[in-house]
Design a protein around this ligand. Structure first.
Ligand code: ADP
Length: 458
């Protein structure tokens, strides 16, 4: 038996008892009182009727007739004469009247009391009414009803209440079991699932699809499994990518250093050529490691930004200066179209510089001839920057993935051009941690356009 069943059971039972006990008590009191009053009224009416209708107190036959009448009415009676002495009675044995009662009756007022039958010890409710013949007191007529009569219907109701309490108890027990099973079975299933997840079995799912807290807990557990699975796949891919990315440059470095070590070159130029390759590849490994480190910090949210009011015009002009040599080297043209009244934005100057250099270097890297255009403008609360080139473009189906780390459209080309496949992932992260957005539009063999926006500083 699990503990939820016990706890729920105890709560349900206490609730049932808490409702039924006071209810039974109150019902008992009210009903007893009600029947008591009813019987009192009844015997009062009867005693009055009998006292008014009796015609003689000396005629044995008349007295017997009243005794029979009482018998049929299921009541006891006794009749006293003018001195208070009992002259006729059913099987009841009672004391004679007290002085006060006698006084009250002889003055014409009825009497109510409760007595005990001396023979049987049964309690009776008694109502006495004076018998008057032409305004003179002749005696009194008493009608009695057992007090038990007031309790009998109540006993019946009490029995009924008891029966319903027993019924409610078993019903409650049934409902408790049902509810507890409904609650604890999914909980047990969830416990099992979370333990499986903790062990690394991430394909497990919980099947509680109810529309309540249990349902949302189980969907949270499922989400946790999906998310952890995604994280694990991601990490696996990342490691595969990193080792792949490192393997190529390191095998170059290894190969060419062996060549030099074993004097396997013919001319000094050849040696210099191999050394340049070793140098380039070493640089690439360094770049890769730096980029990875940067990205890891960003993804963990651990990049400390030096936020200040930044003039984007200045940042862009600086970035343009830095890439100018590369632009000239490739025989491209770089055009800027800058709206001078640009509001400041709140950002980190160095990080912004990194974003633009990255995007500009990409534009240069993937453009053979033509123009690279930078535009800067603003509307209401945002500042926009576009960097557009007339290069090789990106196929439509690749566009959704180019901000993912190590995603390259054309593997060999990117590598030949010195890319690590991390540039855009870093850019996107940097833009987003500075409250900006970045989007891309591109057409194959026509060109690519990156659009960035940042909120104006408040
Ligand atoms: P990489 O170091 O390979 O350039 P990025 O993350 O910077 O990596 O870019 C991802 C991929 O997106 C690149 O491999 C390239 O195929 C594509 N790409 C990025 N910028 C451009 C661009 N301006 N024109 C064409 N393709 C681009």
């Amino acid at each position: 038996m699990n503990r939820i069943v016990l706890k729920l059971g105890a709560i349900m039972m206490s609730l049932i008892l808490a409702v039924l006990l006071p209810l039974g008590f109150v019902a008992d009191r009210i009903l007893t009182q009600f029947h008591y009053n009813q019987i009192q009224e009844e015997i009062q009416e009867l005693s009055q009727k009998y006292a008014n209708s009796i015609t003689s107190l000396n005629d044995e036959e008349i007295l017997n007739m009243y005794k029979n009448l009482a018998y049929f009415m299921n009541k006891e009676i006794y009749i006293t004469d003018a001195s208070g002495k009992v002259i006729a009675s059913t099987d009841i044995q009672t004391d004679s009247l007290s002085i006060e009662e006698f006084k009250q009756l002889s003055e014409g007022s009825p009497v109510q009391k409760e007595i005990e039958d001396r023979a049987t010890n049964d309690s009776y409710l008694v109502s006495g009414y004076p018998i008057m013949f032409s305004d003179t007191f002749q005696g009194s007529f008493f009608v009695l009803a057992p007090v038990e009569d007031a309790h009998a219907p109540v006993h019946k109701i009490r029995d009924l209440l008891f029966l319903s309490a027993v019924g409610a108890f078993f019903l409650g027990l049934g409902i408790t079991f049902f509810l507890a099973r409904r609650m604890s079975n999914p909980l047990l299933e969830m416990e099992k699932a979370t333990r499986e997840i903790a062990k690394g079995n991430l394909d497990i799912r919980v099947n509680t699809l109810t529309n309540d807290e249990l349902g949302s807990l189980s969907s949270a557990i499922n989400d946790l499994a999906v998310e952890t699975n995604r994280y694990r796949t991601n990490r696996r891919e990342l490691f595969a990518n990193i080792s792949h990315e490192l393997r190529t440059p390191i095998s170059y470095i290894n190969g060419y250093s062996n060549v030099i070590k074993n004097d396997l070159f013919e001319t000094e130029e050849e040696k210099q050529y191999y050394l340049t390759i070793i140098e380039d590849e070493t640089e690439r490994v360094m770049r890769l490691i730096n980029d990875l480190f940067d990205l890891a910090k960003m993804e963990e949210g651990k990049v400390a930004l030096q936020l200040e009011a930044i003039d984007l015009v200045e940042v862009i002009e600086n970035a343009v200066l830095k890439v100018d040599l590369e632009v000239v080297k490739k025989g491209l043209t770089l055009v800027t179209e800058i709206d001078r009244d640009i509001p400041f934005i709140k950002a980190d100057g160095n990080r912004l510089n990194q974003i633009f250099i990255n995007l500009l270097m990409n534009a240069i890297r993937y453009t053979e001839k033509g123009t690279i255009q930078i535009k800067l403008w603003c509307n209401k609360n945002n500042v926009y920057i576009t960097i557009e080139d007339t290069g090789i473009g990106i196929p439509k189906e690749e566009l959704p993935f180019i901000f993912e780390r190590f995603h390259r459209v054309e593997k060999s080309r990117s590598r030949d051009l010195g890319g690590t496949g991390l540039g855009l992932a870093i850019v996107k992260n940097l833009v987003e941690i500075q409250q900006g957005t970045i989007s891309v539009r591109s057409e194959l063999n026509k060109g690519t356009k990156f659009t960035l926006s940042f909120p104006e500083a408040e």
